[in-house]
Design a protein around this ligand. Structure first.
Ligand code: ATP
Ligand code: MG
Length: 236
């Protein structure tokens, strides 16, 4: 579904990605793990074409998206839920969801409404708070709202940048459970996580990034059992 080949990204003289290649198949959960500054966020930003590539190619379902406008990439079916919870604090939960469909012009009201209801089924906590302002939600609820907003376009590929950051373990579990449900619904997920243990448990496959390079890849299980991964990322 998505193929990255020899991607190089530099920020000035800082080399963030030094020629990475990876592939995502349809209906997989793929995780990128790696320490701070490894290049995980930059990888997602490159797919969405929000950073300038020095070299490399990204192909999505047979289309070269390397130089495509970011909004067109969204319309092709790639949703990006960035680091941090960029929700609109003054708008209600429901309005935040509706904004998620902004790139899809002429979407009938009825359709938007039914997608909102779908999200409320998936995230009952948001349903109870649908008329509340985004800013009044807890951190975990805001994170759920950011994910739900990303899903409003029914993307083929959902990219999540550290959805569990700063959340209580019980909420993190909820979010991970949700990923499995979303996958069953036929979506493909590219997940970035600091919590490597959880990520590898939920993922079909994973890639380990270190200093802008992919140093290891394998199934979630293989990586969980890999001695280097255990030592560097799992703390066991
Ligand atoms: N806007 C920027 N300008 C300059 N350098 C940047 C910029 N964004 C990232 N970098 C650098 O690029 C490298 C990769 O950063 P990136 O944000 O992709 O890492 P990450 O793996 O997502 O890290 P984290 O786990 O801390 O979020 C780092 O060395 C970082 O300092
Ligand atoms: Mg990051």
């Amino acid at each position: 579904m998505l193929k990255i080949e020899n991607l190089v990204v530099n920020y000035g003289y800082i080399s963030a990605l030094r020629g990475i290649s990876l592939e995502i198949e349809e209906n997989e959960i793929i995780t990128l793990i790696g320490g701070n500054g490894a290049g995980k966020t930059t990888t997602l930003m490159s797919i969405s074409n929000l950073v300038k590539k020095t070299a490399g190619e990204i192909v999505f379902n047979g289309t070269d998206i390397s130089k495509m406008d970011p909004d067109k990439i969204v319309r092709l079916g790639i949703a990006h839920v960035p680091e941090g919870r960029n929700i609109f604090k003054k708008l209600t939960v429901e309005e935040n969801l509706i904004i998620g469909t902004i790139t899809e012009k002429n979407l009938p009201r009825k359709e938007i409404h039914s997608r909102c209801e779908e999200m409320f089924t998936l995230f009952p906590r948001l349903k109870e708070r649908r008329k509340k302002s985004g800013g009044s939600l807890s951190g975990g609820e805001q994170q759920m709202l950011a994910i739900a907003r990303g899903m409003m376009l029914r993307p083929k590929l959902l990219m999540l940048d550290e959805p569990s950051l700063g959340l209580a373990p019980i909420i993190v579990e909820e979010i991970f459970e949700l990923m499995n449900r979303v996958k069953q619904g036929g979506m493909t997920i590219l997940l970035i996580e600091q919590n490597a243990m959880l990520a590898l448990e939920v993922a079909d496959r994973g890639y380990v990034l270190q200093n802008g390079e992919i140093v290891l890849s394998g199934t979630g299980r293989e990586l969980l059992n890999n001695p280097e991964v255990k030592k560097a990322y799992l703390g066991i």
